[in-house]
Design a protein around this ligand. Structure first.
Ligand code: TXA
Ligand code: MG
Length: 330
């Protein structure tokens, strides 16, 4: 049985938070809103509970989790070293949608890090997430609260679509503000690398980290540094084809392909928004779920123009959802 509890997003009810925190401390699985997407929380230092979380999501054990803490003051026990830049970044971006990958301490279980010698940590900005972490008083590992390879949830209803009956509690704090997952920044190596683009962009990071660079979405063959960053992820059930290129050429090509698909009796869903990237980010995952619910056979999507801000994150998630089905229109 999964319990759903509604909260006032800006002023979460203390009794609801206290109950959810107690559930976490006892090893329960609690979904909660963050400013990016809903997370599925579990006591990060409780190995058995973390294993239950992987089972509930159907997530492969080689995909490490982000540890969520209430404030940067809770970071030291989790990490083996803390370069000065961590304090600078934490002061500027926490709480907020930036995850830092750092060398881990022995406290963090292998179940959380998938055996890597690093741990990913962030301080979420949502009042519900903050209240929950503060009340629980423990580090909370939380992947996005979706079934493995489904789009991340941006509303409590999405969490229930995927996980009803598989988790203990959903805290419903309304729709999330950003809509795509946090920026993952790896500081464990010589050169800082963004492993997953998000709201904290390269342009925003560069003044503080002049040599920061974006890592290619798919690594060369060999051991994966972050298996969850493999191409196929964030996918709707229907295959998604992504169109890139000059807007008029893209629209022309999409029209042709829609006509051909319909002539073959296939139902097509279209994702051709005119919104700016921030609005598109808030709607992307809900739109993918709606198209799936409508029972379309395939989805055609247009890559948003590179306009800074969240456009890189939206493009990244669409490319992953397309899993290689990309049409370049010259
Ligand atoms: O916005 C977010 O980050 C959301 C909310 C709930 O906080 N969480 C989230 O978690 O997106 P998840 O598990 O869906 O994605 C975590 C990503 C994965 O791509 C994983 O591979 C990567 O972070 N990651 C976690 N630990 C890592 C590590 N030690 N080294 C490299 N990548 C890591
Ligand atoms: Mg996820």
């Amino acid at each position: 049985m999964t319990t759903v509890l509604r909260l006032t997003p800006d002023r979460p009810e203390p009794d609801v938070i206290a109950g959810a925190a107690e559930c976490l401390r006892r090893g329960g699985l609690v979904a909660f809103p963050t400013e990016t997407v809903y997370g599925l929380g579990v006591a990060a230092l409780d190995r058995a509970a973390v294993r239950r979380l992987f089972a509930a999501k159907g997530r492969p054990a080689d995909d490490p989790l982000i540890v969520h803490i209430a404030s940067a003051e809770n970071l030291p026990p989790l990490v083996a070293s803390r370069p000065h830049v961590v304090d600078v970044l934490a002061a500027r971006f926490w709480p907020g949608p930036l995850t830092l990958v750092l060398r881990r301490s022995a406290l963090v279980p292998d179940e959380v890090t998938a055996g890597l010698d690093t741990v990913a940590v962030r301080v979420p900005a949502h009042p519900v997430a903050h209240a929950l972490l503060a009340a629980a008083g423990i580090p909370v590992a939380a992947p996005s609260a979706n079934l493995f390879s489904r789009p991340s949830p941006t509303q409590a209803a999405h969490v229930l679509q995927d996980l009803d009956g598989r988790i203990d509690l959903v805290l419903d704090g309304g729709p999330t503000r950003v809509g795509v997952e946090s920026t993952v920044l790896d500081l464990s190596r010589d050169v800082p690398e963004v492993l997953r683009p998000g709201a904290v962009t390269l342009d925003i990071l560069r003044p503080l980290l002049p040599d920061v660079r974006l890592r290619a979405a798919v690594e060369a063959p060999g051991p994966q540094r972050s298996p969850g960053l493999l191409a196929r992820h964030y996918s709707p059930r229907a295959p998604l084809t992504l169109y890139e290129g000059a807007p008029e050429r893209v629209l022309e090509r999409i029209r042709q392909d829609v006509a051909a698909a319909q002539a073959a009796g296939r139902r097509v869903g279209l994702l051709v928004p005119d919104d700016d990237a921030a609005v598109m980010a808030t709607r992307l995952y809900a739109a993918l779920r709606e198209l799936d619910a409508a029972g379309v056979d395939e989805i055609f999507a247009r890559l948003p123009p590179a306009s800074g801000g969240l456009s890189e994150a939206v493009a990244d998630r669409l490319r992953r959802a397309a899993a290689g089905r990309i049409v370049r229109c010259p």
